[in-house]
Design a protein around this ligand. Structure first.
Ligand SMILES: Nc1ncnc2c1ncn2[C@@H]1O[C@H](COP(=O)(O)OP(=O)(O)OP(=O)(O)O)[C@@H](O)[C@H]1O
Ligand SMILES: [Mg+2]
Length: 325
């Protein structure tokens, strides 16, 4: 029986404890179908634990959730039919070739030998792995490895795909390839729940971003909304020399009630701006007092700044792809 529900994931007060540790500490989620949900948080925030619960691999200690309309605990088998998971730690067989892995999975999900081969070749082509299709997966590069992992998880198109840090440790080119894959999947109607430690990734891909820290969802919104919650951004003003910079600094700090960040290498000042109008007034004040401005601009707040505002610290950036679980 197909259940009609608006949300791909609807969770209330999800809790997972390990001993005394609250890995996930009362998370509520409402994720509409057809979007990319970005779950953003630093190491140990609870991202993988949340995904593992939603993918029926871990039982919550508390709370309730439906995934694609099915109850996570009562209808776990139905949930499993609808979802696929690409883990932080890959699930393909290292000894087999990329093609053999995909055929094997195809057979597992009930394809005939011919269908499985056909689907494998289709995916290998789509993921630019045709040339490497006969090579053992253990001899793949990091980027190829990540692509075969994702290919393996979409042998049958899942309605909801969980991607746990799909680009951690990848170079920019491979990262872009993975992003393109995600965008293509969403176009075909798959809902994607993606965890990331990369602010840029959430910014680029996610329609809705949840920020998780210490097991708690501390903010949620579109990239634009999250950025807006930190203020309008920054005002950056450049001068020709230090004298002008110092004069301007005093005036701007008084006008805006914020501390100016001075860069004496390129004679620039940066100040946070709460409202756009204030920037114009502040620049006007400089002109009134005959301070010579070389140029000025407004910078949009970065997601780094959003995180800093929300948690008081920057998220740790993993770069080596080795992450504790
Ligand atoms: N099986 C486990 N046993 C004990 N503690 C665990 C287990 N799995 C996770 N934890 C703890 O729960 C917390 C959340 O871990 P989780 O793996 O969900 O974080 P994460 O956000 O995925 O981090 P990362 O970005 O490093 O992958 C961490 O403090 C972790 O040490
Ligand atoms: Mg994790």
């Amino acid at each position: 029986m197909e259940k009609k529900k608006m949300y791909a994931v609807e969770a209330t007060n999800l809790v997972k404890t390990f001993g005394k540790e609250h890995a996930v500490d009362g998370v509520d989620l409402k994720i509409p179908k057809g979007i990319v949900y970005g779950f953003l948080g630093p190491n140990g925030a609870g991202k993988t634990t949340t995904i593992r619960m939603l993918a029926t691999l871990l039982k919550p200690n508390n709370g309730h959730a439906t995934v694609m309309g099915y109850d996570l605990v009562e209808e776990a088998d139905d949930v499993r039919q609808k979802i696929s998971l690409t883990g932080q730690f890959a699930s393909v067989d290292e000894e087999l070739s990329g093609r053999e892995n995909l055929i094997f999975i195809g057979r597992l999900v009930g394809y005939t030998r011919k269908e499985a081969k056909q689907r494998a070749d289709e995916l290998l082509a789509a993921f630019q792995l045709t040339d490497a299709s006969k090579r053992q997966v253990k001899k793949y590069s990091g980027g190829m490895r990540r692509r075969i992992d994702i290919a393996a998880s979409i042998v049958t198109s899942p309605e909801l795909l969980f991607l746990d840090e799909p680009t951690t440790g990848l170079d920019p080119r491979s990262r872009n390839q993975v992003w393109d894959i995600v965008r293509a999947l969403v176009k075909q109607g798959t809902t994607v729940f993606l965890t990331t430690q990369y602010l840029e990734e959430a910014d680029q891909l996610a329609d809705l971003i949840g920020v998780i820290d210490h097991g708690k969802l501390i903010a949620e919104g579109t990239s634009k909304e999250l950025k807006a919650s930190v203020g309008a951004g920054s005002l950056i003003v450049n001068f020709d020399n230090e004298v002008e910079l110092q004069r301007a600094s005093t005036i701007l700090e008084e006008q805006l009630g914020e501390k100016a960040d001075k860069d004496l290498k390129d004679y620039s000042l940066t100040l946070p701006i709460k409202e756009h109008d204030k920037a114009a007034v502040a620049i006007g004040a400089l002109a009134n007092q005959n301070v010579k401005i070389k140029e000025f601009s407004m910078a949009q707040p970065s997601l780094d700044e959003v995180f800093l505002t929300l948690t008081g610290k920057l998220p740790d950036q993993e770069t080596d792809g080795v992450v504790n679980e």
